[in-house]
Design a protein around this ligand. Structure first.
Ligand code: SF4
Length: 373
C-alpha cells in the first residue's frame, strides 16, 4: 500500500526542519524548499535547482506540495475577485481578493461553515462542517497568488495583506490557525508583516489569550452591539463570553502585542433600526472608552432571506458622528464586490446551496444503503 505523502504546506518552519532532520538533511535545506514554495510558488521538486538530485528524489517519494484548487471565480467591476476553493468531498470555502491603491488584501477562510450562528451572517446559515487544515488555510494564499501571477523570475508577491475574516471563527481552529499564521509571517514563508496579517474574532476569549501568548498579529473584533442584551441575540457566543470578559481579553491581547500599535479594530455591522440609533452610538462609545480602538462601520449586505436590512447612509453618518464626538477614529467601510456577493457577511451564498445539494445526495445514498442492508 502506498504511504500517504506529507503535504509540505501543512508544516511551519519548525515542522519543516524537524522533517528534514528525519530525512538526514540540514535545517537550511528546509528553508530553501520553503522559499521555493512560498516565494516562487513552485510545487514541483524538480524545479528546485539549488536542491541536489538525491534530495529532490527523496522529497518526491515522501512529500507533496498540494494546495486546494480553485473551482470557480467571479470578478467584480471594482476588481474584487471571489474564489470558490475546493477543499475536497464536494466542499468549498470562499476566498476574496480585494485590490486597493496601496495594498492587495486576501480575505481567507478558516473553517468550512461556522458554528457560531451570528444572526446577520450568511455563513452561519450553512452550519459548521469542519476545520480547515494548515495546508488549506495557507493554500488559499498560495493558490490565489499563483492565479494572480506570482512571478517565478522576480518573486513579486501579489498579496500584501491577509485578513482571517472569511468563513469560520479562526479562534475555534487554533491548532491549524497558529502554524498557518506562522507561515504567513515567516521570512521563508509568505514574509508578511505582522501589521498586515489580521485575525478577526467574535470573542472566543480563552483562545484569544492563547494566541497572544504565542504570536503577534493585528486583531479585529466583531462587536456589532453596544450591550449584552442585543449582542446575545446578534452574536450568540456573547452568552458564553459577555462583553466585559471580551473587552478584558482584548486589553490583555493588545497589551502583549506590537502589531496593533496599542489599539484594536472594532467591527460593527450596521443593521437598519437594530443597532444603529444615536442612543446606541453613545452606548457603544461609553462601552469602548477604556479600550483604545478604531471603529469600522460596515454597511450590512443583505443576502437572500436575511432577516435584516442595511442602515441608510444618513443613519450611518449620524452614528459615526456621535462616535467621533467621543474622539474615536471611525471608518465607514467601502462595500467591495457586492455585485458578486463577496462583501462581508455574504460569503457562502451559492456554496451553501451546493453543500445542501451534497447533503441531500448523501442522505439519498444513505437511504439506499439502509434499504439494501
Ligand atoms: S459572523 Fe463570523 S463568527 Fe459569526 S457566524 Fe459568521 S463566520 Fe461565524
Amino acid at each position: 500500500m502506498n504511504e500517504k505523502k506529507i503535504n509540505l504546506l501543512d508544516l511551519d518552519r519548525k515542522g519543516m526542519r524537524a522533517l528534514f532532520a528525519e530525512l538526514g538533511e540540514k535545517p537550511f535545506r528546509a528553508d530553501q524548499v520553503m522559499q521555493w514554495v512560498y516565494h516562487y510558488g513552485i510545487d514541483d521538486f524538480e524545479q528546485m535547482t539549488n536542491i541536489n538530485k538525491n534530495l529532490r528524489t527523496k522529497l518526491s517519494e515522501k512529500c507533496e506540495i498540494s494546495a486546494p484548487q480553485i473551482s470557480t471565480y467571479q470578478k467584480s467591476s471594482d476588481g474584487t475577485i471571489k474564489f470558490a476553493i475546493n477543499v475536497g468531498e464536494g466542499q468549498e470555502v470562499e476566498t476574496v481578493y480585494i485590490p486597493e491603491d496601496d495594498r492587495a488584501t486576501l480575505c481567507v477562510s478558516s473553517q468550512v461553515g461556522c458554528a457560531l450562528e451570528c444572526t446577520f451572517c450568511s455563513t452561519a446559515q450553512q452550519g459548521f462542517n469542519r476545520n480547515l487544515t494548515v495546508a488549506e488555510i495557507v493554500g488559499q494564499i498560495w493558490r490565489v497568488s499563483r492565479f494572480l501571477g506570482l512571478k517565478y523570475e522576480t518573486g513579486d508577491r501579489p498579496i500584501s495583506n491577509v485578513v482571517m475574516m472569511g468563513m469560520g471563527e479562526p479562534l475555534l481552529n487554533m491548532a491549524n490557525l497558529v502554524p498557518a499564521l506562522d507561515i504567513m509571517l515567516d521570512d521563508f514563508g509568505f514574509g508578511l508583516s505582522k501589521r498586515r496579517v489580521t485575525v478577526s474574532t467574535s470573542g472566543v476569549v480563552p483562545a484569544l489569550d492563547k494566541l497572544g501568548d504565542v504570536l503577534d498579529v493585528a486583531l479585529a473584533v466583531s462587536i456589532h452591539a453596544p450591550n449584552d442584551e442585543l449582542r446575545n441575540e446578534l452574536v450568540p457566543i456573547n452568552k458564553k463570553y459577555p462583553l466585559k470578559e471580551f473587552l478584558a481579553g482584548i486589553s490583555r491581547y493588545i497589551g502583549k502585542s506590537n502589531a496593533n500599535r496599542g489599539r484594536v479594530t472594532v467591527e460593527y455591522v450596521m443593521l437598519d433600526h437594530i443597532n444603529d440609533s444615536t442612543e446606541q452610538a453613545h452606548e457603544l462609545a461609553e462601552l469602548m472608552k477604556d479600550t483604545p480602538c478604531k471603529v469600522n462601520l460596515i454597511p450590512f449586505n443583505p443576502y437572500p432571506g436575511s432577516p435584516y436590512g442595511r442602515s441608510s447612509n444618513s443613519r450611518i453618518d449620524r452614528f459615526a458622528k456621535v462616535l467621533m464626538e467621543y474622539g474615536l477614529t471611525v471608518i465607514v467601510r467601502k462595500t467591495r464586490g457586492d455585485d458578486i456577493d463577496a462583501a462581508c457577511g455574504q460569503l457562502a451564498g451559492d456554496i451553501r446551496d451546493r453543500t445542501k445539494r451534497l447533503a441531500k445526495k448523501r442522505m439519498q445514498q444513505n437511504q439506499i444503503s439502509v434499504t439494501m442492508s
